[in-house]
Design a protein around this ligand. Sequence first.
Ligand code: NAD
Ligand code: IPM
Ligand code: MN
Length: 357
Amino acid sequence: MKNYQIAVINGDGIGPEVLREGIKILNTVSELDGALSFNFKEYDWGCQYYLKNGCMMPMDGMDRLSQSDAIYLGAVGYPGVPDHISLWDLLLTIRKGFDQYVNLRPIKLLDGAPCPLKDVDASELDMLVVRENSEGEYAGAGDWLYKGKPHEVVLQTGVFSRHGTERIIRYAFEEARKAGKTLTSISKGNALNYSMVFWDQVFAEVGREYPDVKTASYLVDAASMFFVKDPKRFEVVVTSNLFGDILTDLGAALTGGMGLAAGANLNPERKYPSMFEPIHGSAPDIAGQNKSNPMAAIWSVSQMLDFFGHEDWGAQVLGALEDVLREHKYLTPDLGGTAATYEVGDAVAAALRKRVK
Ligand code: NAD
Ligand code: IPM
Ligand code: MN
């Protein structure tokens, strides 16, 4: 019997609603497999915790999380707490503190998912975005000089280390090689004359170690245009932290919306736990109404199963999502349905049972 310890941070807004359904799916996997089980430890950290305690998580929060095999996170951020505090002191602290330098975001049109592009079928929209997740524009380097004075100056420094740039690009080449796919680097060397010129140089250098991987390189503005006009150009994509953030919301819009966009924050060396989350936020506009789509949270469970080495289960969970999408009976309002969050979770669990039995 293999038992996994999962730290659950529900967080804010729709976080708890969507994670409940992901946990339902992990429990279903455990019931169907018999040799796999999951232990969940919930942490009530987030904006409410902050309003009560003055911090987003306790001092020993990272120590406690480090005991787990994986972290499952809902969403962080809510009106009443400044976003740069709630996100920096929880989500970004975990990503950086556990050196989760790979952010894997599949931009893949599931069978049955709606796509706003005309004449595009699922085989033409199947990318894996490898987003750098530890530095770049998110390094937190900068200053705010003469604050509040007429001559105030703010600096937000993009940090691109050789170590950080090489490792993410190398990771992406390995993924592309493994999958027999092309690798596209997305950067902006024409304007960012230090960071992105360096990025492009490292991409070319590392690429020499992978002569079998076909590569392409795009400027981020042109890449955004081709994401929409001709997405089949992209298979595995590697890009910086901020570009990856923006491009994956664009990708989400192409593949069914935020309710269907999943992400894995990986520490590939497994020195620290990795973190799995839907990439959407706390959606204050629909929180507490049981309208949120749990499919992104469930997809991130599929990524967790993959990372644990249970790719067969990861694929079955994704397949169960497709069954529910195709059936078109239990969908939340963002996908044109009227089902409640938990009904979608129930339907995915039922589809999973049906596939396996
Ligand atoms: P958001 O992703 O929360 O919402 C954007 C839009 O998408 C909203 O209309 C929302 O209703 C919809 N949406 C999102 N997830 C959905 C789902 N599962 N089902 C149906 N509809 C869904 O982004 P935002 O409004 O820019 O941010 C809200 C808060 O969340 C902010 O505090 C922001 O900083 C935070 N945020 C957190 C994370 C995270 O924790 N990973 C990610 C993004 C934003
Ligand atoms: C995401 C989010 C975060 C990011 C925010 C909430 C800090 O938008 O995971 O995409 O920018 O990485
Ligand atoms: Mn984002």
